[in-house]
Design a protein around this ligand. Structure first.
Ligand SMILES: NC(=O)c1ccc[n+]([C@@H]2O[C@H](COP(=O)([O-])OP(=O)(O)OC[C@H]3O[C@@H](n4cnc5c(N)ncnc54)[C@H](OP(=O)(O)O)[C@@H]3O)[C@@H](O)[C@H]2O)c1
Length: 262
């Protein structure tokens, strides 16, 4: 069967950074498995990518969806004589709240499910496939707010801080195993990127009267945000070309990677 022999799975591939990353990886000759809840969005992103894209809709927080994604992927890659070498945990959520008192523990738990528990569980599920495709790489997506608290950003910031810690733990545990087939793992921090998710965050933060909403809106107005395409090029370049010693266990900042684009 023709088509790419090396594939990447990207969560949250139906919009924003994930959609642009899917296109960037296909340009590099890598097939892309698009995961997200809204199947129609995934199909729209996949259409121009042709046979280099595979749409597997699902909610990454649901164990049955993760099992189905893994089982279908196994069959589909086998049929294509291809391997899964890359996983990008790009799906992320984190609603702002008006203040500490209104920071809803259930919403925080939901953010942990998407930003921390699902990346751990999905990586575990896909690990046998990644080992077969060694040298494999896993990229988690962090957020600057994890290290720079702003009023009302606890749900997003605390859960993304845990995403960063998850990356360090995975790198540590894989190193401890001393198994050369374990994937290299890194975290990417995108900076400000103009996406539907960012616009939704600014609107929600503004409705809560949070000071960072006006700051973000001002930066968007000034054209300070990056495009999803530029961000995606940085991410795919880091995944495909950064030497493993500069990737594994690292928190990669978008501005540090910009020189990679020449
Ligand atoms: N834009 C920025 O300035 C910025 C800055 C720092 C970090 N980030 C991070 O970058 C990543 C991408 O963000 P973005 O700006 O491109 O926002 P976005 O357009 O809102 O993308 C988030 C994606 O995650 C998917 N998703 C959410 N929950 C899911 C679930 N349970 N299962 C499967 N997919 C799920 C959404 O698709 P469905 O709703 O269809 O499931 C959506 O496509 C996020 O992790 C975000 O935190 C963005």
């Amino acid at each position: 069967m023709t088509g790419p022999k090396v594939w990447a799975l990207v969560t949250g591939a139906g919009s924003g950074i994930g959609a642009a990353l899917a296109a960037a990886l296909v340009t590099e000759g890598v097939g892309v498995v698009l995961v997200g809840r809204r199947a129609a969005h995934l199909e729209t992103v996949a259409k121009p990518l042709g046979p280099a894209a595979l749409v597997l809709p699902g909610d990454i927080t649901r164990p049955e969806d993760r099992d189905r994604i893994k089982a279908t992927l196994d069959t589909e890659l086998d049929r294509r004589g291809a391997v899964l070498r890359f996983v990008v945990h790009n799906a992320g959520i984190g609603d702002p709240s008006q203040n500490f008192a209104s920071t809803d523990p259930e919403t925080l738990a939901r953010a942990f499910d998407v930003n921390v528990v699902a990346p751990l569980a999905l990586t575990q599920a896909l690990l046998p496939m990644l080992r077969q495709a060694a040298p494999a790489r896993v990229l988690l997506v962090g957020a600057g707010i994890a290290d720079r608290p702003q009023p009302g950003t606890g749900i997003y910031g605390i859960s993304k801080a845990a995403t960063a810690r998850l990356m360090r733990q995975m790198a540590m545990d894989f190193d401890h195993e001393g198994d050369a087939t374990a994937p290299a793992v890194a975290l990417f921090q995108p900076g400000l990127v103009e996406t539907e998710g960012l616009h939704a965050h600014v609107a929600a933060a503004s409705a809560c009267g949070l000071p960072h909403a006006a700051w973000l809106a001002g930066r968007l107005e000034n054209g300070d945000a990056q495009t999803p395409e530029t961000t995606a090029t940085l991410m795919s370049t880091a995944m495909l070309r950064l030497p493993v010693a500069e990737f594994h266990g690292r928190q990669l900042q978008h501005h540090d990677l910009s020189p990679l684009l020449g």
